[in-house]
Structure formats: C-alpha cells, structure tokens
Design a protein around this ligand. Structure first.
Ligand SMILES: [Zn+2]
Length: 211
C-alpha cells in the first residue's frame, strides 16, 4: 500500500517536471509571472535544507534543474526558441539540450547506413538508473531528464546516443527464451567509440557528484 500524499506537498521532482513542461510549452508571460511566486518559495524553502540533508541522486538533479532556471529570463520566450520548436520534433527538444540534433549527428557519423532517424523523446523523470533507453517496439530512444542540463557534457550525450543507436542496429540475442542486450558483439562495437573508458568514468562522476 502506498502512503497517500498530502495534496499541498509537492515533491522536488514533480515541481521540476511541471516547471520544465511550462517552459517547453512557451507559456505566456502572465503564467510565468504567477509561477514565479511558487518558484521563489521553492528556492527559499529548499536551499537551506539541501545543505544539511541527503537527497537522492534524482532529487539532486531535480533541484539542480529548478535552481538553474531563471524563470524570468526572457530567453525562454524568444523567437529563436519558437523557431526551433517549429523545426524540431518537439518531444526531443529540451530546455537546454536538443536530442534530435545530438542523436542525428552521432547517427550520421557512426551509422550512415541507417536511413531513418528513430523516434526521440525525453523520459518523464530525473532517473539516475535508467540514463537512456532504446525501445524497439516504438523504435524510440529516450534520455533521462538528468541530461537536460546546461552543463551536460557533449561527450557523454554523444556516447549515450551511440550506445542506444547501437542497440537499434545490433538488436537483441535470444538464448533459451532470455533476451540479451549487451552481448559480446555489442560490447566490442561499443568500445570502438573514442575515449569510451574515460567517458564511462565521467558518467559515474556526473551522476554521483551533482551538487
Ligand atoms: Zn544498453
């Protein structure tokens, strides 16, 4: 049984998710301004708590996202962003990172024989376990929201894109009814990515040292 949450209790993650949605939908200035109040409350409520408390890794990323957003920064309402949204599959456009661009670049360099792009979306949470994912039945690559950050290293994003595109290319091997995704063949090919060992280390750091 799950404990019922009090309705006025908003979690860091759900607030960050709502905030993100609002920004991505190019909401009106009026709505942004009314949200500003709530945003300030969150910032003042959580900043002192964060220092003494131990947050889960996911909560840390949600908090980082909330803190990084300057809700009154008019960049979020600018025309370039609006243009981008029209040109891009909107599901793949983050507040900071454009997944279509990142994955498209990796695909053209490493998988030029792939004729079509996969569907590309952001996961709906700040997952630090599932960082990225390829769903074959939907032909879809998804990235965790922990990477929709201003300082997500491009090298990490490209490596993850490579990993998921490789799943798309290699597929799974079924042995005695069990599916294997990370086969020897998969790993051999994965390690063709330049600097992969170092990038895996950077990913571990990125997840665990978030402030
Ligand atoms: Zn994998």
């Amino acid at each position: 049984m799950k404990r019922k949450k009090r309705t006025e209790e908003i979690s860091l993650q759900s607030y960050a998710f709502q905030l993100r949605k609002l920004l991505l939908n190019n909401c009106s200035l009026d709505r942004l301004l009314s949200y500003h109040q709530l945003h300030q409350e969150f910032l003042s409520l959580y900043s002192p708590v964060i220092k003494s408390n131990r947050l889960s890794h996911s909560d840390r990323f949600a908090w980082k996202f909330i803190r990084e957003i300057n809700i009154l920064n008019l960049n979020f309402l600018n025309r370039e962003r609006e243009e981008n949204r029209r040109k891009t599959n909107s599901q793949s456009l983050g507040v900071y990172q454009n997944l279509e661009e990142i994955i498209g670049k990796v695909q053209s360099i490493w998988f030029p024989e792939m004729e079509t792009p996969p569907n590309i979306v952001w996961l709906k949470h700040f997952s630090t376990r599932k960082l990225a994912h390829y769903a074959k039945h939907r032909d879809e690559i998804a990235f965790s929201l922990v990477f929709d950050s201003i300082d997500a290293p491009p090298e990490i994003l490209s490596y993850l894109a490579y990993h998921e595109l490789l799943h798309r290319q290699v597929g799974t091997r079924v042995v005695n009814g069990r599916r294997y995704h990370h086969t020897g063949e998969f790993k051999n090919q994965e390690q063709l990515f330049p600097n992969w060992r170092n990038i895996e280390e950077r990913i571990r750091n990125y997840i665990s040292v978030t402030k």
